[in-house]
Design a protein around this ligand. Structure first.
Ligand SMILES: Cc1ncc(COP(=O)(O)O)c(C=O)c1O
Length: 416
């Protein structure tokens, strides 16, 4: 598929080719919060996805399916790479990798010299956790609601280097940012070296005040590592504005790139401090690529990030964020306060995004997930752990309000 074909099927700098110049001019002029409620506009976007008629997919928090233009472009890239084979690797791969890194750095508002492409958030964060110069007795701070793989990686450092992990538990509905800042601060001691914080907690959708926590941690001389698996590509922000030392995300989540792509951002002065997982001694200690030796890997996945970026940029992060926030509030506002239904997501709209979690009193999370799927053909995921009991509901850009009405109806029936 050439660039023009891609633009025709959606992607590139504008949606004018998809909607027609006139309609697009009208849509583009609307404030994102208004466009977020325009079902005709989003129905056209929806047609760019192939969806199963068998069930309503409200479990897009694991990873987000690619739109058809992005998928088709990716498949073509697989074919092209297969033809060019080692000649591509030897002549074009380094420049192409740098070009994609440069686009991602522009999206994250950071210098390209501080960002590398990895396979996913897990690889990125574990590169930091495992690369830290731990001494016995050093301490790390994290939350019970953080992602299991990273908690395990800290657990591994405890076994290997005798570090101490201090784990806080996040409240569902903090009264203020200060509640969260003080919670993390309460776990810091003179031995604390690293604090991990989720930008958005995956099981509840809770958006945390990362910059305020980072400022507090820095006052104690503690470095801050942000798990941004669920925010890069979902919300509008610049990575440096989080005031952290390390940031990671998965591009197959909210950028909806081909599977197996992520980023790691390391503040420039920390680059020489980390031990790389895989060595490449020819690269200077100040060059972030020293943390990125991957061996031979699926380069078409990295090239496919270009197509995901085209699609993402054609809609624009402001419109995307507004629509995703609208969809979450659309259904949560309809069930909040309904007898026997409870939400495991902050009620303050500023503290969440696309993801929310809901439970029904007296129904186990697994049974609720099963009932939603078996009786109503609605696919969600049950969460039962870290003090959170319910099903996680995550819409995507293709989600319609009609589908969310079906969810609301199902929850009301189950609660009754
Ligand atoms: C908060 C959070 N961190 C990290 C991850 C791991 O992402 P990946 O499997 O893409 O490495 C996830 C995955 O769902 C997540 O939700």
């Amino acid at each position: 598929m050439d660039k023009r074909e891609f633009l025709k099927t959606l992607g590139g700098a504008s949606l004018a080719l998809l909607f027609g110049e006139e309609a697009w001019a009208r849509y583009a002029a609307l404030p994102p919060a208004t466009l977020a409620q325009d079902e005709d506009f989003w129905a056209t976007i929806r047609r760019k996805y192939v969806l199963t008629p068998d069930y309503i997919n409200l479990e897009n928090g694991f990873y987000l399916m690619q739109s058809q233009p992005v998928l088709e472009a990716f498949i073509q890239r697989v074919r092209d790479i297969n033809v060019q084979a080692s000649r591509y690797m030897r002549t074009r791969m380094p420049d192409d990798n740098l070009a994609v890194r440069t686009r991602l750095a522009a999206m994250g508002g950071c210098p390209v010299e501080e960002l590398i492409i990895t396979r996913n958030t897990t690889e990125s964060l574990d590169t930091v956790i495992g690369g830290f110069h731990w001494q016995a007795g050093d301490e790390a701070v994290m939350a019970q609601q953080d992602y299991g793989a990273m908690l395990d990686m800290f657990g591994l450092q405890a076994r290997r280097h005798s570090i101490v992990n201090r784990v806080v538990s996040l409240p569902m509905d903090p009264r203020s940012d200060d509640d969260i800042v003080r919670l993390y601060e309460s776990a810091i001691t003179p031995k604390t070296r690293l604090l991990m914080i989720c930008h958005m907690v995956n099981i509840t959708g809770h958006l945390l005040p990362v910059a305020a926590v980072a400022d507090m941690a820095h006052r104690h001389g503690v470095q801050v590592m942000v798990d941004g698996a669920h925010t890069f590509g979902q919300l509008e922000f610049d990575i440096p504005d989080l005031h952290a030392d390390y940031f990671a995300s998965s591009l197959h989540k909210w950028l909806a790139s081909p599977l197996g792509a992520g980023i790691l951002w390391v503040r420039r002065d920390h680059i020489p401090e980390l031990w790389p997982t895989f060595a490449e001694l020819g690269i200077p200690d100040t060059d972030i690529r020293r943390l990125n030796h991957t061996g031979t890997h699926p380069v078409h996945t990295i090239l496919g990030i270009n197509d995901a970026l085209d699609f993402h940029e054609s809609i624009g992060i402001k419109r995307k964020e507004a629509r995703l926030r609208y969809l979450q509030r659309y259904w949560t506002d309809k069930v909040r306060g309904v007898p026997h239904i409870y939400l495991n997501t902050p009620s303050d709209a500023r503290r969440s995004g696309a993801i929310a979690n809901v439970g029904v009193t007296g129904i186990q999370p697994g049974a609720l997930g099963d009932a939603l799927f078996n009786r109503y053909k609605i696919w969600t995921v049950a969460i039962d752990g870290a003090g959170v009991r319910g099903v996680r509901v995550t819409p995507h850009l293709f989600t319609s309000t009609g589908e969310l009405d079906a969810l609301v109806g199902a929850l009301r029936e189950l609660a009754a």
